[in-house]
Design a protein around this ligand. Sequence first.
Ligand SMILES: [Fe+2]
Length: 264
Amino acid sequence: MPVLITADLHLDQWLEEGRDPFAALPPETFATLDALIIAGDLADKPKIRWPRLLRHLGRHIDPARIHVFPGNHDYYHHVIDGDDRLAELTAQAGANFAQKAEIAVGNTRFLCCTLWTDFALHGAPAMAMTFARTRMNDCRYIRKTPRYGKIQPSDTVLVHRDHRRWLEDQLTKPFAGKTVVVTHHCPHPELLSDTPSDFDPIYGSDLRALIAKHNPDAWLFGHTHRQRETIEGDTIVRNVSLGYPSEVEAGQEAELLMRGITET
Ligand SMILES: [Fe+2]
């Protein structure tokens, strides 16, 4: 029972360029797929674009088998506390909203959430947050209720803590089958930049202790568009981003998407 997990489709940009990354997959891939999990960054401006894009995905696979949760881009021109609206749009498309959700397929559970970061990757969270306030697009394009002011890094830290707590609670529950964690942000410091960058704490956190404690079978994520992977203890940690169409040469789509195929 295969499940396809992918992230950073930025499908709005692909369709604008007249390209459909899923058209590269053999049709039988979709026929046998039990679930398609989209780990964030389906599109900017979700309130306008998600309905059309989910309809488009529904041409390839029954919407009932699509599970989607937001990345940072899915909050652009929206609010950080607007998951209820995204859930509504997803339900209207006949698909499943998977923020802080466990998806069970076969004997595997997929634990899904955006995650965000703690800005602590380089050991200086206050500095990293000051940098992020001016350099992180999220702080320009994402707002929050009730006053619709722009978010601060401290707002995403709060969401990170909430998601991390949820994840730890789920991982602590005994489960007889396989466990795959699926997040938008990166949980491993070695899968970010080649040389340390001030942007790293915006992209990921060091969750190696959490991985070592709970030993999930895999942890799949996106956000950085760097298709890297490593093994941490018994856990495969793999980036399953597709990326912007400008980053993907024609003919490369299927190979990138298939990185996220998981047998359950
Ligand atoms: Fe992202």
